[in-house]
Design a protein around this ligand. Structure first.
Ligand SMILES: *Cc1c(COP(=O)(O)O)cnc(C)c1O
Length: 386
């Protein structure tokens, strides 16, 4: 299967690598193979490329280059932030998080709970939003870290990170935000938000898989998870994934140039798709906050159908989308995000996530609008035995 004969509407699972990113990476996969830690010019020129990438990431985030640590993925970034916060202060071992986090945070916190750590799980309302008064009350004198995502990968719901940061700062705890889905889609300015840690991942913003960033505020003490060499200012040992880091720098530069495009063009495509589906499919409903939402994501419930069956049929018609998050596909569990919003198992199991990117075209949206309603109606007829 190649990109020319299918319609990829699963950009929250992963994204197409931008050809300009590949081009930027190529020299570091071929002739420029020096070790960035070596002292001769064949190594130092590679180190220079890493520093250029760091500056590009910092520019997009509104932070200093020294606050950017390159990691292997978004999951490593979130894990490192949580581990560091727990190691920094023995008297602060309590963690606050939400019930709608990505498994990178959720499973980690569940594991910590099994090891005896106390975790407070914040719920959300039917639009997927937090109660900020509850969040404030949950922070205690022994709270090490509050970890709350920026944008939800399943519904696209945006949490008010600036407001949350202010609440946490006043209470004296550390704040980590998983911004993997937000970076490149909406503006995030660390010069404004009082965040201690932020995670992002390359493959969600048109860079290859296997590279990420952990932002650590320069006034926040940090305890590395990977210990060894002095790479990344001693904050993340191990020889860097140079080509991917160079690619991530380029991807961040392009993302910065395309933020307006995401806000206007991608949003317009998403809205055309969403309104088309809601008009064509009886009883279809939006899951999540209609206003405070990523411009690319549409999570829709279609009563009376099994989303796994729809996925298979849509696949046969060349459309890729997702039921819940990609990490839960194949398992029988209904989406924990939709369940946390108070929806029934039935509604969660009849929901699909469509997520667009700047590589989708109006023509693809029109084609999808021909296919998706038909597939759903066909399945509804089958399940009603008609
Ligand atoms: C994809 C994703 C992650 C994990 O990133 P990886 O680089 O795949 O490890 C974490 N959080 C959110 C919200 C994500 O969408």
């Amino acid at each position: 299967m190649t990109a020319s004969n299918f319609i990829y509407l699963d950009n929250n699972a992963t994204t197409q690598v931008d050809p300009a990113v590949v081009e930027e990476m190529m020299p570091y996969l071929t002739e420029l193979y020096g070790n960035p830690s070596s002292g001769y010019r064949f190594g130092t020129q590679v180190n220079k490329a890493i520093e250029t990438a760091r500056e590009r990431v910092a520019l997009l985030l509104g932070c200093e280059p020294s606050e950017v640590i390159f990691t292997s993925c978004g999951t490593e970034s979130t894990n490192s932030a949580i581990q560091s916060a727990l190691l920094m202060d023995r008297d602060r071992q309590h963690i606050v998080t939400t019930r709608v986090e990505h498994s990178a945070t959720l499973k980690h916190c569940e594991t910590l709970a099994k090891r005896g750590y106390e975790i407070t799980w914040l719920g959300v309302d039917s639009e997927g939003q937090l109660d900020l008064a509850e969040l404030e009350k949950s922070i205690r004198s022994d709270t090490a870290l509050v970890t709350v995502m920026c944008a939800n990968n399943e519904t696209g719901v945006l949490f008010p990170v600036d407001e949350i940061a202010e609440i946490i700062r006043k209470k004296g705890a550390l704040f980590h935000t998983d911004a993997v889905q937000a970076i490149g889609k909406i503006p995030v300015d660390l010069a404004e938000a009082k965040v201690n840690f932020l995670s992002l991942s390359g493959h969600k913003l048109h860079c290859p898989k296997g590279v990420g960033v952990l932002y650590v505020n320069k006034r926040t003490r940090f305890h590395p998870m990977l210990i060894g060499g002095s790479q990344e200012g001693g904050k993340r040992a191990g020889t860097q994934n140079v080509a991917s880091i160079v690619g991530l720098g380029k991807a961040c530069e392009i993302a910065g140039e395309n933020l307006d495009h995401e806000a206007v063009e991608v949003r317009a495509l998403r809205d055309e798709f969403e309104q088309g589906i809601l008009a064509a499919v009886e009883g279809a409903q939006l899951n999540g906050d209609p206003i405070h939402r990523l411009p690319n994501t549409s999570n829709l419930a279609f009563s009376g159908i099994d989303s796994e069956a729809v996925l298979l049929l849509l696949d046969q018609h060349g459309i890729c989308c997702s039921s819940g998050s990609a990490c839960t596909t194949g398992s029988v569990h209904a989406s924990h995000v939709l369940k946390a919003m108070g929806f029934s198992d039935e509604r969660a199991r009849s929901s699909l996530r469509f997520s667009l990117s700047r590589f989708n075209t109006r023509e693809q949206v029109r084609q999808a609008l021909e296919i998706v309603p038909n597939v759903i109606q066909k399945l509804r007829r089958v399940s009603h035995g008609g």
